[in-house]
Design a protein around this ligand. Structure first.
Ligand code: KIV
Ligand code: ZN
Length: 524
């Protein structure tokens, strides 16, 4: 490494880089797939937040992934854009190709280093793996100045071998060495010791930034990441809302707010504008259909709610009694009564900007405004949450090939329950009437009649956006087809219309997923 880079590393001793992998590892989790427009939307939010590195995808995995990395590379100007590649020439070439338009590209290449993975998954001897490290990183460096190397299953790797691999990767030109806890197996003290061991034993370690990438199988991903920072790591890989393979990845909002809140014992800065955390969390849950559990740290609906009388009393006297960070610091605006049926487009647009939707296109704002007017006709009090649910819903379905048009339902104790449905399929209006075991069953039967498909309904979930019997319903529908799962979301003041929108949204995502077939061994 050059003296200049080394100096930069020294100056940045207290800076922890945030590497967001929501679009790659996050998107790999079952049901989480996003289309190109959604990925670009997420990338815009991440860049605005000040994320250092955005991992946009795995270009060799599919054409969809390639186009997403290329699209994000074109759009993002400030953050580094990374593309993932296995230790294979064709993977690395494909990543380099997708990253061509990037202002600041990074190739992230990896190979497994644990005995278990080398023997059973790779079926390679350690010496061959070591050679692959040198060859892959060297090839990546020929194509890109910024190369990151990861030792997959690093936490279950033999220490001597890991040290040799890390040294080899740095020698071959890797500027970042990432140590993944791929299966979420390690614990904080052990992980701290592992990172400290690398700093002690790898002779050229000072020439690279050490990064960590923790999965949450034991619920320790954030704790392990912070422990690694204490040992000298200066990059954390994480995802918004902690989405990711199996139990997910370290949650970015938790990592960032832990560092900000406990600066007294962890004196490190990230470049993240924490006031955009709530916005980012909502965008991700709206797009993926993965709602955040109410008691989730930082972004859960209850994270700043005080129910117990003794807590409320303390809060009134001094907010510090029960609040270690302010809701404002994560961009959480207290729920306010906002607008009614007489509010105009101008006021609506201003409200959207205040809620963090300044980047929406005119078409998206128009779609949302129409929905807002409709809602205002049915609901007296409209809150910020109502507007956010409605906008997220309008934005999520803009590219849908199948669109909801209208629904008439007969329900109640006498039966039969029936649903009369109109959908627009690829621009053509289609209708169906079906009966079922309850109105939801009848509605879903009508959808299947219009658009025949064989899927398993894995989840049907309804939640009220605000309080009151006139609250909007937010519905999540999860469909499964041949091992592929997708989540759809819909919001409306009518629960059954919200259900129809959610199902249709899931179906649209399934169509995208059918086109995007990832080879089996592509997950990382
Ligand atoms: O979990 C993992 O090991 C990964 C690597 C590819 C970084 O996602
Ligand atoms: Zn991972």
């Amino acid at each position: 490494m050059s003296a200049v880079n080394n100096q930069a590393n020294m100056q940045d001793a207290d800076r922890v880089k945030i590497f967001d992998t929501t679009l790659r590892d996050g998107e790999q989790s079952p049901g989480c797939s996003m289309n190109l427009e959604e990925k670009l939307q997420v990338a815009a939010v991440l860049e605005e937040m000040g994320v250092d590195i955005i991992e946009a995808g795995f270009p060799i995995a599919s054409n969809g992934d390639f186009e997403a990395v290329q699209g994000v590379a074109r759009q993002v100007k400030d953050s580094i854009v990374a593309g993932l590649a296995r230790a294979a020439i064709k993977d690395i070439d494909r990543a380099a190709e997708a990253l061509k338009p990037a202002a600041r590209p990074r190739i992230h290449t990896f190979i497994a280093t644990s005995p278990l993975h080398m023997k059973y998954k790779l079926q390679m001897e350690p010496d061959a793996v070591l050679q692959a490290v040198a060859d892959s990183v060297g090839h990546a460096r020929d194509l890109c100045d910024d190369v990151e190397w990861s030792c997959e299953d690093g936490t279950r790797s033999d220490h001597d071998f890991l040290c040799r691999c890390v040294e080899t990767a740095i020698k071959a030109g890797a500027g970042t060495i990432n140590v993944p806890d791929t299966v979420g197996y390690t614990v904080p003290a052990e992980f701290h010791a592992l990172i400290a061991m690398l700093f002690e034993r790898v002779p050229n370690i000072d020439q690279a930034t050490v990064s960590v990438h923790c999965h949450n199988d034991l619920g320790l991903a954030v704790a392990n990441s912070l422990a690694a920072i204490g040992a000298g790591a200066r990059q954390i890989e994480c995802t918004i809302n902690g989405i990711g393979e199996r139990a997910g990845n370290a949650a970015m909002e938790e990592v960032v707010m832990a560092l900000r809140t406990r600066r007294d014992i962890m004196p490190y800065d990230t470049g993240v504008k924490t006031e955009l955390i709530t916005r980012a969390s909502r965008v991700i849950s709206a797009i993926t259909g993965f709602s955040v559990q109410p008691n989730k740290a930082i972004v859960g609906a209850n994270a700043f709610a005080h129910e117990a009388g003794i807590h409320q009393d303390g809060m009134l006297k001094h907010s510090g009694t029960y609040e270690i960070m302010t809701p404002e610091s994560i961009g959480l605006i207290r729920s306010t009564l906002v607008m009614g049926k007489h509010s105009g487009r101008h006021a609506f647009k201003a409200k959207l900007a205040e809620l963090g939707y300044a980047h929406l296109s005119d078409n998206a704002i128009q779609d949302a405004f129409v929905r807002f007017k409709d809602l205002a006709d049915h609901k007296k009090d409209i809150y910020d949450e109502d507007i956010m649910a409605l906008v997220d819903d309008a934005v999520v379905r803009r590219n849908d090939r199948i669109r909801f048009v209208s629904l008439q339902v007969v329900c109640g104790s006498r039966g039969p329950q029936t649903a009369e449905l109109e959908l627009e399929v690829e621009g053509e209006l289609m209708t169906a009437k079906a009966s079922g075991n309850g109105p939801v069953d009848a509605l879903f039967a009508a959808i299947r009649e219009i658009y025949p498909h064989q899927t398993k309904l894995q989840l049907y979930q309804v939640h009220a956006v605000t309080e009151g019997t006139d609250a909007q319903a937010e519905v999540t529908v999860r469909l499964e087809e041949n091992g592929r799962t997708v989540n759809g979301q819909g919001a409306d003041h009518d629960t059954l219309v919200a259900s129809a929108r959610a199902y249709v949204n899931a179906l649209n995502k399934l169509l995208v997923k059918r086109e995007k077939s990832a080879p089996a061994a592509m997950t990382a």
